[in-house]
Design a binder for this molecule. Structure first.
Ligand code: NAP
Length: 249
């Protein structure tokens, strides 16, 4: 049987790239999506191919409807019908207190973390849901413990976006539960990626790692293992769940 196809948004680096590598090792053909870092996305594809896997890189901004449609069409055309989606693409915006937050940062944070997840899920469901003649599949939404902590003084905008993503996760899961599609989320703690530097505080990882119950940050592959498991048939009776992957938080 041909390998099933997965799209992982934001998989040019960090947790998305680890998920792409692991999914390929588990037999998925992988659509490696990225926003701007073409070189990094092609490097992930090259690594997967070097291990004998199938992958292509596709640039698409997850918050733009036209980009998302092109992403899904291109991946299906080159790799086969898409059976899984990981809504991993996320941006933290710049660290700031709420009263100092710019409107542009607020809008972009909501666009990528929330609107992008909606648009990709819509594109996926129109192709994969049994309601639309598809063969079913699974979605994993990548959330954050910030949805619960609120991230005061730093990233309240990001925390609010991830809380919206978790409500989306729960509602959508019930909406499509009888259409062959499972929808779950991972709620990630602190992971060693570039996202902290992007938020404007490269030392954040070191500072917070020691405060985690396990005394360290997670490695991207430790998030990927949970994501790929939720997508697998081993999680066949799990939908609407948000799984903490957070070293004890
Ligand atoms: P990262 O290292 O900053 O990587 C972000 C990825 O998202 C990159 O591949 C980037 O692509 C892509 N991206 C950004 N905007 C996009 C857009 N509009 N459309 C498509 N792709 C886009 O982040 P990460 O730490 O791996 O985070 C992955 C997910 O985990 C995010 O949803 C994040 O909120 C969540 N998370 C992370 C942590 C953590 O501690 N790292 C904790 C909790 C939750 P380009 O490089 O091409 O721009």
């Amino acid at each position: 049987m041909a390998s099933p196809t997965i799209i992982i948004t934001g998989s040019s680096r960090g947790i998305g790239a680890a998920t792409a590598r692991l999914a390929a090792r588990r037999g998925w053909s992988v659509g490696v999506n990225y926003a701007s870092n073409q070189e990094a996305a092609h490097a992930v594809v090259a690594e997967i191919r070097a291990e004998g896997g199938r992958a292509i890189a596709v640039q698409a901004d997850n918050s733009r409807h036209g980009d998302v449609e092109r992403l899904f069409d291109q991946v299906a055309e080159e790799l086969g019908p898409v059976r899984a989606l990981v809504n991993n693409a996320g941006v933290p915006g710049r660290i700031s207190r709420v009263e100092q937050l710019s409107e542009a940062t607020l809008r972009r944070t909501l666009e990528v973390n929330v609107v992008g997840a909606f648009l990709c899920a819509q594109a996926f469901l129109r192709r994969a849901s049994t309601r639309h003649g598809g063969a079913g599949g699974a979605i994993v939404n990548v959330s954050s413990m910030a949805a619960r902590s609120g991230s005061p003084g730093e990233l309240v905008h990001y925390a609010a976006a991830k809380a919206a993503l978790e409500a989306f996760n729960y509602g959508l899961a019930a909406e499509v539960a009888q259409e062959g599609v499972r929808v779950n989320a991972v709620s990630l703690g602190l992971f060693a990626t570039e996202i902290h530097a992007t938020a404007g505080d490269a030392d954040r990882l070191q500072r917070y790692a020691a405060r985690m119950p396990m005394g360290r940050a997670g490695e991207p592959m430790e998030a990927a293992q949970a994501i790929v498991w939720l997508l697998s048939d081993e999680a066949s009776y799990i939908t609407g769940a948000t799984l903490p992957v957070a070293g004890g938080r």
